[in-house]
Design a protein around this ligand. Structure first.
Ligand code: SF4
Length: 363
């Protein structure tokens, strides 16, 4: 048994084993309770109090994350949560409420080994993989947050319902493949989020993309591309030195042919780095050949990378170029710059690993 596992790591079989001697329907009561109305076992009001108390003292029935900070912006429509895991690792998730849905951006690792230069999490370095339970717990916490926030309106409309999950928080999900797959299974089958509403974002771990396609997981795939040639990509996304652009594009074609699903490219717009028309032309060729959608994201500034985001005019020129070359393009709203909502920023602030621009400039 994994020593550190928690309640959202448990399978139905684990619960059955822990409840030996209890009527079988208790298993369903627990399962239903922990995936619908409450976080953990304490709110399982259908259980006899003595059993609830007994289970709540068992470490494997405890939750694993403690919320240590939350920041809100956009009049409460964007909330960033900072959690401490049992070993003290800090992880983040960001909940974004839209008109008719809510989306949660989840973390799959504490820190990240990919070292993308513009990313606060990459600047922190890698601490460890998250367990499937730690991933699912972020989702359950957000689901309950939505239920509480919209309890008066949720029955009459879809407003506020947690409907979309994006693996775009801390970590590279395909580097934690087995836990990712277990978590997706629970998020889909137990929490109740449709598989087509779950997006896995990767910087381009080619074997992971192929495995995801072969296993027909069914999630949406987003590729954090950020550069349309190996030279630009290898500066921004060091792992691309191992998985070059040709092999990544080939893996994308494979994913599309196996799943019949459209993929998207994420592109953080960085002034003077990847926002030229030359890059737009190369990106248009790649995206058009794959029928991929492109999301342009104004760079969320991080303390460890001095480059600033592209101007609004530059982003619009870039988008217009893509559109006029047949590539569906969206300019993404950046939510929560004022609360350090880009991945890793709140944890970095909390850990005080971030350096100010002035400190870096002095080096
Ligand atoms: S952008 Fe994603 S993959 Fe790259 S360092 Fe940040 S968390 Fe890791």
């Amino acid at each position: 048994m994994e020593k550190s596992r928690g309640i959202y790591d448990l399978s139905r079989e684990d619960i059955a084993n822990a409840l030996a001697g209890e009527p079988k329907y208790r298993q369903d009561q627990i399962w239903h309770s922990i995936y619908s109305t409450s976080l953990g076992i304490e709110g399982a009001s259908t259980l006899p109090k003595a059993l609830r108390l007994k289970l709540s003292e068992d470490p494997q029935f405890k939750t694993q994350l403690e919320e240590i900070e939350r920041r809100q912006t956009d009049r409460g429509r964007t909330i960033k949560f900072l959690y401490a895991a049992r070993d003290g690792s800090k992880i983040e998730s960001v909940l974004m409420h839209y008109k008719s849905r809510s989306t949660l951006c989840v973390s799959s690792q504490a820190g990240c080994a990919m070292k993308c230069v513009f990313c606060a999490t990459g600047q922190m370095g890698f601490k460890r993989h998250l367990s499937a339970g730690e991933i699912v717990e972020q989702v359950m916490a957000a689901k309950i947050e939505c239920q509480n926030t919209f309890k008066d309106s949720i029955s009459s409309s879809k407003t506020g319902r947690l409907s979309n999950i994006v693996f775009m928080g801390m970590g590279e999900p395909l580097a934690n493949y087995d836990k990712l797959i277990k978590a997706i299974d629970k998020i889909n089958n137990s929490v109740g989020i449709g598989i087509r509403h779950i997006t896995v974002s990767t910087v381009g771990i080619v074997p992971g993309i192929i495995k995801l396609a072969d296993e027909e997981v069914g999630v949406k795939l987003a590729i954090s591309l950020h550069g349309a040639d190996d030279k630009t990509r290898s500066h921004l996304v060091p792992i691309s030195r191992r998985y070059g652009l040709d092999s990544l594009i080939e893996a994308c074609h494979y994913y599309i042919s196996k799943t019949k699903r459209r993929i998207s490219f994420e592109w953080a717009m960085m002034s003077g780095i990847n926002d030229s028309i030359d890059q737009a032309e190369k990106l248009a060729n790649i995206a058009f050949s794959l029928g991929a959608h492109v999301n342009l994201i104004p760079l969320n500034p991080t303390p460890g990378y001095l480059v600033v985001g592209s101007s609004r005019d530059r982003i619009e020129d870039f988008a217009n170029y893509l559109e006029s070359n047949g590539v569906a393009t969206t300019i993404r709203n950046t939510r929560g710059n004022d609360i350090a909502a880009a991945c890793g920023q709140l944890a970095a602030t909390n850990l005080e690993v971030g350096k100010t621009k002035v400190e870096l400039a002095k080096k």
